[in-house]
Design a protein around this ligand. Structure first.
Ligand code: ZN
Ligand code: ZN
Length: 239
């Protein structure tokens, strides 16, 4: 399988990541990737990119070292009503936006609360991807979240870092497998994201691929195989 895009990468502006955008793009080119999304953390997380970082993207090229750059964000879901930490002025101008739950921004709620927060974020017109679903610390109603994906066109991310043995989101494989099985049943596409916080992690989907292989997940439901297909599948590009 030829995976040509990585839709989840961080740079030094996130302050707990260690590479520049230039280093990320150079490495992506070396690895044979055609596209990466710049998805630094939104300003609701302390000590990360300020609002201005996302507002100023127009100064960046769209192609760097031969790699297409999607100007994006990993937006924080701030409460159980699905409040986001970037406003529509900015979100509407991005090429891609992931929304994720992080303990620094939202405490682990009840199953109902977490599920409501995820669904609200997925319903947002400029949220294209639900980032790292499956974190067992955020108990969720898998079937309800899956239905929301079908209804809203928001895409599930299969996050490689969630499956790293030394990672923060241990035990994510259970919910991820359940989501993948529902996607398989109903022909719903997913996106793989490395969640790289250092350039050598870009395009590394090793753990996710093991999970996909374990259930013979069909290649045609993996959007990273075609940057063109991937872009067309983003909710914001369907309007
Ligand atoms: Zn995240
Ligand atoms: Zn991330």
């Amino acid at each position: 399988m030829n995976l040509l895009a990585d839709t989840h990468t961080h740079s030094v502006i996130s302050q707990h990541a260690y590479s520049t955008i230039d280093e990320n793009a150079r490495y992506a080119a070396q690895k044979g990737l055609k596209m990466i999304a710049l998805t630094d953390h939104g300003p609701g997380m302390k000590h990360t990119a300020p609002r201005a970082f996302f507002a100023n993207y127009h100064i960046l090229p769209k192609v760097l070292h031969g790699v297409e750059l999607l100007h994006g964000a990993e937006v924080n879901i701030m409460d159980y009503s699905g409040k986001l930490d970037l406003d529509n002025d900015i979100l509407s101008k991005l090429d891609i936006a992931i929304a994720s739950l992080h303990p620094q921004c939202i405490t682990f709620g009840s199953k109902e609360e977490n599920t409501a927060a995820m669904i609200k974020a997925m319903e947002h017109p400029y949220i294209d991807i639900l980032g790292h679903p499956g974190d067992p610390r955020y108990e969720m109603d898998v079937e309800a979240v899956f239905q929301a994906a079908k209804e809203t066109g928001c895409i599930f991310e299969m996050n490689n870092a969630s499956l790293a043995p030394d990672g923060f989101r241990k035990g994510s494989d259970k919910y991820m497998l359940e989501l993948l099985q529902l996607c398989m049943r109903d022909g719903v596409s997913v996106i793989l994201g490395s969640d790289a916080h250092f350039y050598t992690q870009i395009g590394d989907f090793n753990y996710v691929l093991q999970l996909l292989h374990s259930i013979d997940f069909p290649e045609e439901l993996i959007l990273n195989t075609s940057p063109e297909k991937l872009k067309k599948a983003l909710k914001r590009n369907k309007k």
